[in-house]
Design a protein around this ligand. Structure first.
Ligand SMILES: CC1(C)S[C@@H]2[C@H](NC(=O)CCCC[C@H](NC(=O)C[NH3+])C(=O)[O-])C(=O)N2[C@H]1C(=O)[O-]
Length: 351
């Protein structure tokens, strides 16, 4: 059945609410075949008072995990990696539990502790301590394995950046090629994602971009401009830079079968509920959300210092939406921004 037309006025209202809650700016772009709907609100740069526009690039955070999952699943299709083999078969140094499989990493069921819980316990000091640091994959994995597993491998869903750092290490160890090359040759170039890049450990964003503003734990203090950073604390778990048009093209291509063979796309989109109401689910590097109108959309969310992202598409990839608010450490804004999904795919304000 055809989806109702996007409610662009409702998208604009969501943006205005996000700004009232502390976001300097917001943008949403919806693409459906040749049609696009664009809404930009507030400022991309609060010092220069530059207006936000929907073409601006931004750090996508954990939306990067879906790019990493596509690379990994292409390697599975090429027979280079077995989803249900122990991850240790493909790693230079072993994880502490042989039972952790590649599939456990992709579905956040390994139990590996998320080192960012400690790294960013104090938001701004934690960020300032790492914003110019360069980590190896192994250093990040070691931070995680210094703590016990959250759960027996496979026994529970427990989201952890460590999983997608380990997957980046697997890609590089198995192929001898950096993840940046795989992203470029397997995804960015074939899909003509001209505004998408992986430039770790460079700290600057090229072209036209939105600056990001991190809210302090003492919310009475001013926002911190967090735009320039290596994102080395995340790498294959969060360091991709893109824009709304490219994210829409990526998720549309993915769900319409242009990036993975049918078998691997079926594995990726085999979703497991992760909330009690069953409205949120996780597959392999892919989030599912069932909206107020009953439509389920597939994509990922992202939180990186100064940037909240939602990037989702319909099960057939016909309609895609990407939304950004250029602030973070502000859960109210993050929740508010999520209402662009209902406005974009259900055509109504959320009930
Ligand atoms: C599961 C998430 C939400 S967290 C995970 C990843 N982002 C991070 O792990 C960064 C966490 C610290 C970010 C920082 N917060 C603090 O420092 C709080 N003390 C801020 O808000 O900028 C990402 O992206 N994922 C999101 C996702 O997948 O949606």
């Amino acid at each position: 059945p055809a989806l109702p037309a996007p409610d662009v006025a409702a998208v604009a209202a969501v943006h205005r609410t996000a700004l009232s809650q502390g976001a300097p700016g917001a943008l949403t772009r919806i693409d459906e075949g040749p049609r696009s709907y664009r809404v930009a609100t507030g400022e991309a740069d609060t010092a220069a008072h530059t207006p936000m526009d929907t073409g601006r690039r931004f750090r996508v955070g954990s939306v990067s995990k879906t790019f990493t999952s596509v690379v990994l699943l292409q390697l599975v299709a090429e027979g280079k990696v077995d989803l249900d083999a122990p991850a240790n078969r493909y790693l230079p140094e072993p994880l502490p539990d042989e039972r952790i499989t590649v599939r456990h990493l992709l579905s956040h069921r390994s139990g590996l502790y998320d080192y960012t819980n400690d790294m960013f316990y104090n938001t701004v000091p934690g960020f300032e301590a790492v914003r110019n640091k360069v980590f190896s994959y192994q250093e990040l994995i070691d931070l995680s394995t210094a703590r016990p597993l959250n759960n027996t491998p496979g026994a529970a869903y427990s989201y952890s950046n460590t999983n997608f750092v380990a997957l980046g290490a697997i890609v590089e160890h198995v192929t001898g090629t950096p993840v940046a090359t795989h992203y470029q040759e397997r995804i960015f170039t074939p899909l003509r994602l001209k505004h998408t890049s992986y430039v770790h450990p460079r700290t600057t964003i090229s072209g036209s971009y939105a600056r990001g503003y991190l809210r302090q734990d003492d919310t009475t203090l001013p926002l911190v401009d967090s735009t320039e950073q290596t994102v080395s604390w995340a790498q294959s778990a969060g360091a991709v830079i893109s824009n709304a048009k490219d994210l829409n093209r990526f998720f549309s291509a993915l769900l319409s079968g242009k990036l993975l063979p049918e078998e691997q796309l079926r594995e990726m989109t085999t979703m497991v509920p992760v909330t009690a109401d069953g409205k949120q689910s996780y597959g392999l590097g892919l989030r599912g959300r069932t909206l107020s109108c009953g439509t389920t959309v597939y994509g990922h969310t992202g939180t990186v210092q100064g940037y909240y992202t939602y990037a989702f598409t319909t099960s057939d990839g016909r309609r895609s939406m990407a939304s950004l608010a250029n602030t973070s450490n502000n859960g109210t804004v993050n929740t508010t921004l999520g209402a662009t999904l209902d406005a974009s795919f259900c055509g109504t304000d959320p009930a």
